[in-house]
Design a protein around this ligand. Structure first.
Ligand SMILES: Cc1cc2nc3c(=O)[nH]c(=O)nc-3n(C[C@H](O)[C@H](O)[C@H](O)COP(=O)(O)OP(=O)(O)OC[C@H]3O[C@@H](n4cnc5c(N)ncnc54)[C@H](O)[C@@H]3O)c2cc1C
Length: 469
């Protein structure tokens, strides 16, 4: 970049769910110096700046309507990799896909991954993502050895749990509002096979479902559940859980083969013929209350016998990447994902109430996913000692206002039950709800750090304005 000006493309950016739009000036730096120049331009023009990795947040975390977007996907080099220790140093635009493809053939796997491999390390730290093993290993931040970042003042810093610890625990989870990660040192997890052993259990109702996650968590490495939110009555909360464990050394007779990329990469065609890239078009006609109820019922019946199988890491973790562009099947209005985190003592009653409410109002979630969690020490943490339930809702012109009202009702139920929300997903959380679950002390602490790192208030996103102002 020579001299930066605003004669750049004013791009109509969207969230991952295509339910929010925010045109912005997009700058794509290729070095740290260009990030500093973008901050200077913002100061000069009075515009705000928000970071964007792969833009895979379901909500407005990486949107900044009318302002500047720093697209960090061009800083995408793995700069160091040591297969003897499993430590990797990478730029913030490196995706989880690049990362696992680099380390797995040498017997390592990223310690925490999201349900899609398209996310970047910068975005994963900004939201402090959790995986299906959150109850066991915490969020990704707990596996960061060190990071470097540039602040809007132009200062460059490095942080670890011991060095600049206050910034370490607040920039990770800080939604890109304190500074921009420029390099991340991460510890990988040793694996002895490219496969996981997975046990699939059908669950007849919400009580069985949550009990299974709770009971299986101590003995497995990963637990996750699919929840059919379209069925009420005695089947409310029914679904299927998957519990998985790593194979021990020696259990896999051919680890080199199973860990090779050939064995891991998701196929691009069904039965080797039909391109998966167009499957979402055929999903469209089923994206209504009756269609998803029928599909979910079929899926539930097919899940009935409990069974055990071995599956590649990539297939187990990145199920949502199986069908490219699946989110487009929701149609023109897109989708909203609502993920709430509830203590294990209150989850069943609160989610029971929410699921019944959504059915009563004719606005069921078309996809429900459950996980088991434990708390962590990051400042803007979403985790609790309990569970999370993520629900995807179709947005149409006719349902938008009703959905908004229902999600406010959900917020009230979750808050009364001592729950939390995830800032990378929920698009309706208000500043009042944020205050209630984070607490005034946490918000004051975050704002003090913000003043220190960003005295001119350059870093702002649509999400930030929504939850903190
Ligand atoms: C299909 C799907 C499945 C998902 N599954 C999970 C899951 O299992 N667990 C989970 O926790 N999340 C999950 N997510 C959410 C996703 O992991 C997070 O939203 C993640 O932050 C997206 O990464 P990104 O690179 O796209 O970041 P973006 O969406 O572009 O940005 C996310 C946040 O990070 C900030 N940011 C980006 N880069 C930087 C940087 N270099 N420095 C500072 N801040 C930065 C942005 O400003 C923003 O606040 C899922 C999302 C999708 C679409």
């Amino acid at each position: 970049m020579t001299t930066l000006t605003l004669d750049h493309n004013f791009v109509p950016l969207e969230n991952f769910g295509h339910s929010m739009r925010a045109p912005s000036y997009v700058f794509k730096p290729t070095c740290i110096e260009e990030i500093a120049q973008t901050f200077q331009l913002a100061k000069k023009t009075g515009l705000t700046v928000a970071a964007r990795g792969a833009g895979r947040s379901y909500n407005d975390a990486a949107l900044n309507g009318g302002g500047i977007i720093l697209d960090l996907s061009g800083l995408n080099h793995i700069t160091q990799w040591d297969p003897s220790t499993g430590q990797v140093v990478a730029e913030p635009g490196v995706t989880l896909e690049q990362l696992w493809q680099k380390v797995e053939p040498e017997g390592w796997w990223p310690p925490v991954v999201s349900g899609t491999m398209r996310t970047t390390l910068g975005g994963c730290l900004g939201a402090n993502i959790h995986g299906k093993n959150n109850f066991k290993v915490g969020p990704i931040g707990e596996h960061v050895i060190e990071f470097t970042a540039i602040l809007p003042t132009g200062a460059e810093i490095s942080c670890s749990p011991k060095k600049n610890a206050d910034l370490f625990y607040s920039m990770i989870s800080g939604l890109g509002m304190l500074g921009i990660f420029t390099s991340v040192t991460l510890q990988m997890k040793r694996v002895y096979s490219g496969l996981l052993e997975v046990v699939a259990h059908p669950q007849g109702n919400l009580h069985e479902h949550l009990t299974d996650l709770l009971v299986n968590a101590p003995t497995y490495d990963y637990v996750v559940g699919w929840l059919d939110a379209t069925t009420g009555g005695r089947g409310l909360g029914r679904g299927q859980t998957h519990s998985a464990r790593y194979l021990q050394e020696g259990e896999d007779p051919q680890p080199d083969k199973t860990m090779s990329l050939k064995n891991q990469v998701l196929p691009s065609r069904i039965f080797g013929i039909f391109p998966k890239s167009i499957v979402y078009i055929f999903m469209g006609p089923f994206m209504n209350n009756l269609g998803t109820w029928a599909v979910n019922t079929g899926k539930y019946i097919a899940s009935l016998p409990r069974h055990t199988f071995r599956e590649s890491h990539a297939a187990f973790h990145f199920l949502l990447d199986y069908i490219p562009n699946w989110e487009l099947a929701y149609g023109r209005g897109g989708l909203i994902e609502y993920q709430s985190f509830l203590p294990k003592e209150t989850a069943e009653a609160a989610w029971g109430e929410m699921l019944r409410l959504s059915l009563k109002r004719g606005l069921p979630s078309y996809l429900g996913v459950t996980k088991r969690h434990r708390p962590d020490n990051f400042l803007l943490s979403h985790a609790v000692d309990g569970f999370s339930l993520a629900m995807d809702f179709k947005v149409t012109d006719g349902s938008r206002a009703k959905l908004h009202q229902m999600l406010q009702d959900f917020d009230r139920i979750v808050l009364e039950a001592g729950g939390r929300f995830y800032f990378a997903k929920n698009s309706e959380t208000t500043s009042e709800s944020t205050l209630r679950f984070l607490g005034a002390e946490t918000i004051v602490k975050f704002k003090k750090l913000k003043k220190r790192c960003d005295p001119n208030e350059i870093l702002e996103s649509d999400l930030y304005r929504r939850i903190f102002e």
